[in-house]
Design a protein around this ligand. Structure first.
Ligand SMILES: *Cc1c(COP(=O)(O)O)cnc(C)c1O
Length: 455
């Protein structure tokens, strides 16, 4: 029965971001979950060390969330949001607007982070058209940025490994540099920040008349390898967008909903975006709901008599799904009653301490963390910061080792991702970090020995 399932998976499935040749060698099928652990079809348990790809908040099978879905199911599962609304989508909109930065007053639903970004891009584009400045059509995006995998989101993304194949399909966007302190010459956060802001200003000064918006991840570039921006950078970008009349689109899909120790990461830098995308943690990791937030000013540019054709012609079949909105509402209620954001802030201090222990390992080059969003960069040579080669697949090997030791996570190249569910306790964090330590130590040692033999 179990082997049959594995055979079926190999025969019929094609998994996202997965080289299926790897899957066929090491198949894994999850059957259930409880708390911050998931269990496979053989009964082996794993810590969910990456929150099922950066989503999970309260753990799996959280009683209150399960119940919220059951209760909603007694009423209705889904009805459309085209031209009408439903009860939980409406309640949730009010709740969300309460939690987001003050300028953001309008909620546009979709089903994934990539869609939320597409919507932000299209809104920004059409905004200028609607107010009579159609020449503002281009975008600025950040080097190493990631905003999802649909074509628009990829066009403002810049992860060479994922995106270069699709180059000819993309619309062009100006790329601005992002401060990467560990890889910078000076290693000085202030200098690194100021240099990048200066380059951005040069770009905006020259091209702002044709630029509709700038897109940027909030405080941490996740997919780039958990690159944490020096404090003041996002604020500096905001100031430049204002100065040059360019809309600022902030991507909080990974960082939103408590992940970094604030409800939204832009609060770390006191930033008010013009548009903001969120998703992932919004339903506690249960169902696919995403949101694009915007200001009253942008909303009003679309509000007119129908025949003036200023309508935002965009929507998806399952937009505003009742089950998803109901579980999101309960998730947000739990955020308050279980003081999730404060607790992440407090526990992340402890996490910082236990993570710093990993610096003692000879191949741990950098440890980056904001709240419960962490990346551990492995390097071939720590002193010279020489990276492992792509073909060494060091991150992948470490993640397989962790899996053997009872924890799941997916690496980003040579960076080990640690994004535990926000409800993880201190002792659970300690257990997970010790699995990471053991895996990194043993895999890097083996890799070193293999390297010695090969030269
Ligand atoms: C995951 C992610 C997205 C895409 O969200 P999906 O729901 O996977 O489409 C966009 N931006 C950032 C920063 C993300 O981490």
């Amino acid at each position: 029965m179990r082997n049959e399932l594995i055979e079926k998976s190999k025969k019929h499935l094609w998994l996202p971001f997965t080289q299926m040749k790897d899957y066929d060698l090491d198949p894994l099928i999850i059957e259930s979950g409880n708390g911050i652990k998931v269990k496979d079809i053989h009964g082996k348990e794993y810590y969910d060390g990456f929150s099922s790809v950066w989503l999970n908040v309260h753990g799996h099978r959280k009683k209150e969330l399960d119940q919220a879905i059951k209760d909603q199911l007694e009423k209705i599962a889904h009805s459309t949001l085209l031209g009408m609304t439903n009860v939980p989508a409406t309640e949730l909109a009010e709740r969300l607007v309460d939690l987001t930065p003050d300028d953001l007053t309008r909620v546009f639903y979709s089903d994934s982070g990539a869609e939320a970004m597409e919507i932000a891009l299209k809104m920004a584009f059409q905004y200028w058209k609607n107010i009579g400045k159609p020449e503002k059509q281009k975008f600025v995006s950040m080097q190493e940025g990631y905003h999802g995998d649909t074509i628009g989101a990829v066009s403002v993304g810049a992860i060479e490994l994922f995106h270069h194949v699709y180059g000819p399909l993309m619309f062009e966007s100006f790329k601005a540099p992002i401060p990467n302190v560990y890889r910078s010459e000076s290693g000085d956060p202030d200098q690194c920040r100021n240099e990048c802001l200066q380059k951005l200003e040069e770009l905006l000064k020259k091209h702002h008349e044709e630029i509709a918006a700038l897109s940027i991840e909030s405080m941490v570039q996740g997919a780039a390898g958990m690159i944490v921006m020096p404090s003041g950078f996002l604020q500096g970008v905001r100031a430049l967008c204002t100065k040059y009349d360019v809309l600022m689109i902030v991507d909080e899909v990974a960082t939103g909903f408590g992940r970094t120790g604030k409800m939204f990461a832009c609060e770390h830098d006191g930033v008010q975006p013009d548009l903001m995308a969120a998703g992932k943690g919004i339903t506690g990791g249960y169902l696919p709901i995403a949101v694009t937030f915007t200001t009253e000013k942008i909303y009003e540019a679309f509000y007119d008599d129908y025949e003036n054709l200023k309508t935002f012609f965009h929507g998806h079949s399952y937009t505003g799904n009742q089950l998803g909105c109901a579980v999101a509402l309960e998730n947000l209620r739990l955020f308050e009653s279980e003081r999730i954001v404060e607790n992440v802030q407090r526990k992340s201090e402890h996490l910082k301490e236990i993570l710093s222990d990993l610096y003692s390992l000879p191949h741990v080059g950098d440890i980056r963390q904001l709240g419960f969003m962490c990346g551990i960069e492995l390097v071939q040579d720590k002193l010279k910061k020489i990276p492992y080669l792509l073909e060494q697949r060091i991150g992948y090997k470490v993640s397989l080792k962790m899996r053997e030791l009872g924890m799941l996570t997916r690496p980003l190249g040579n960076v080990i991702v640690f994004m535990p569910p926000l409800a993880s306790t201190k002792s659970e964090l300690e257990s997970m970090v010790s699995i990471m330590k053991e895996a990194i130590e043993s895999v890097c040692e083996e890799e070193g020995a293999a390297f010695e033999r090969s030269v």
